[in-house]
Write a protein that binds this ligand. Structure first.
Ligand code: SAH
Ligand code: SF4
Ligand code: F3S
Length: 458
């Protein structure tokens, strides 16, 4: 029996790519196993965004090495595969397949060559490809959320970032194909869809029929869909009609993730983000002026080359002005192939550590206030995890806030429950169910059972 084991790192797009890779492998007659020792083919779907990611991959491959000689085959896919290319064969000769995300549509053919015994198979497309990885064979392994990638790649070339080199140029799917997928997801019983793209709002319908905002509305109107999320939005392409779409469409969630990276216009210029602090804040004001209570979250990099104490202070004041509900703060990490790696005036590691600590402490205070507003409110929560050891069930509000709650019954994953908030923390809310859970459809339960089988079958 052909078996495989897959491990995935990185962003949600990588997680969803793995769902498509799993679907393709199952279609090709492979069975997924949970233990690499039992697998004939071991795949490692990699991320290279920060922190010497490639070294970690080689380290991990070294651990796998002890399994070679038992007829096992190894494949490195994803962003480190695209970045390092055939160097991977030199450093880890037992690897047989190296493929970046823009070549996954050729996976069936690559698998055939692998089965025929070839040992140096590559899928390393350059930035020229126009192809997207559309496949019907997607293993929907997330038990409550269906993902749709609407745009792949990135053309923004921020000076610190590897993504334009690892994911190829920006290319969008037609809105008709996206909507057909949204309908398939709804038929499987999912009520939540997450729309994905490195810069999801840079979407350009190749058929010219819909803008990004119109596509969001159309997805939100698909029968059975209750919640639509989208990540990641780039401030450059964030238009007012996105806010209007949220205001007009109940299924669009009250949440926008709009990474600012820095609050200093000088640093933004050096990062090649192509917007200023004021330009960003104008977009924030649109969301604050909306009728809905739109939650805002962000990514921030501290210690970019040349970032002065004053620049960092600008980031802190921006946090306060926006009042984010969550941020993902990172220390700047020099990456291969990117222009920023050659920039002088790099910031000492201790300073980066210190700035990140200040950033996180300040953000925690902001969240304490923001989350505090929910005390005594009733929020509709979608159940994401079964009860923990304390008997609490975990789910999320439309704003994507984590809610831990107690309930007389045990709601299934994918149910909706109204929860009264009784306690607030800077990162989560606690409450008690005040409605009978609306259970997921039989179709979703069947889909969940199917995926449980995909994961455990030997
Ligand atoms: N396309 C999205 C984010 C993609 S990467 C955007 O432009 O906002 C996710 C996050 O990783 C980025 O928002 C950034 O904050 C962080 N990141 C990317 N490259 C980095 C680097 N070299 N060092 C530190 N953080 C980085
Ligand atoms: Fe990277 Fe910038 Fe593209 Fe985001 S927009 S993926 S940070 S290059
Ligand atoms: Fe990582 Fe590639 Fe995503 S570098 S963050 S897996 S696009």
């Amino acid at each position: 029996m052909k078996t495989f084991y897959i491990e995935t790192f990185g962003c949600q797009m990588n997680a969803h790519d793995s769902e498509k890779v799993v679907g393709t492998l199952v279609q090709e007659g492979y069975n997924q196993v949970n233990d690499e020792a039992e697998a004939g083919l071991i795949l490692y779907n990699t991320c290279s965004i920060r922190d010497k990611a490639e070294q970690k991959v080689f380290h991990r491959l070294n651990e796998y090495k002890k399994l070679q000689g038992e007829g096992k085959r190894f494949a490195v896919i994803g962003c480190v595969a695209q970045q390092e290319g055939t160097k991977i064969f030199e450093k880890a000769p037992y690897v047989s397949l190296v493929a970046g995300s823009s070549s996954y549509r050729n996976l069936p053919e690559m698998l055939e060559r692998l089965e025929a015994g070839e040992t140096r198979i590559t899928g390393l497309d350059d930035r020229q490809t126009d192809q997207t990885f559309d496949t019907e064979f997607t293993a929907r392994t997330n038990p409550h959320r269906g993902y749709i990638t609407i745009i792949e790649g990135c053309d923004k070339f921020c000076s610190y970032c590897v993504v334009p080199y690892t994911r190829g140029k920006e290319r969008s799917r037609t809105s008709a194909s996206v909507l057909a997928e949204a309908q398939r997801i709804a038929q499987l019983g999912f009520t939540e869809i997450q729309v994905l793209g490195q810069n999801v709002n840079s979407y350009r319908d190749p058929s010219g029929r819909r803008t990004f905002a119109e596509l969001l509305v159309a997805i939100g109107e698909v029968n059975g869909i209750e919640r639509v999320r989208f990540t990641t939005s780039h401030p450059r392409d964030f238009t007012k009609d996105i806010v209007d779409a949220i205001d007009a469409t109940p299924a669009l969630c009250d949440h926008v993730h709009l990474p600012v990276q820095s609050g200093s216009t000088d640093v933004l210029r050096a990062m090649q983000r192509e917007y200023t602090r004021d330009w960003y804040l104008e977009r924030i004001q649109w969301t604050k002026d909306a009728k809905r209570d739109i939650s805002l979250t962000s990514d921030i990099i501290v210690g970019f080359p040349g970032e002065t104490g004053r620049d960092f202070e600008d980031t802190i004041t921006l946090l306060e002005i926006v009042g984010y509900d969550a941020i993902y703060g990172f220390k700047y990490s020099p990456r291969p192939n990117t222009p920023a790696i050659h920039m002088v005036d790099s910031i000492a590691e201790e300073v980066k550590i210190q700035r990140l600590a200040i950033l996180n402490a300040r953000q925690r205070d902001i969240q304490r206030v923001n989350y505090g507003r929910h005390l005594e409110q009733t929020l509709t929560v979608m159940v994401e995890h079964a009860a923990n050891s304390r008997g609490q069930i975990t789910g999320r509000s439309t704003q994507n806030k984590t809610v831990n709650f107690t309930c007389d019954t045990t709601p299934a994953i994918g149910s909706y429950v109204d929860v009264r908030i009784t306690q607030v923390f800077p990162n989560s809310l606690v409450g008690e169910a005040i409605s009978v859970p609306i259970a997921p459809s039989a179709a979703l339960l069947a889909q969940q059972a199917l995926n449980a089988r995909v994961t455990v079958l030997g």
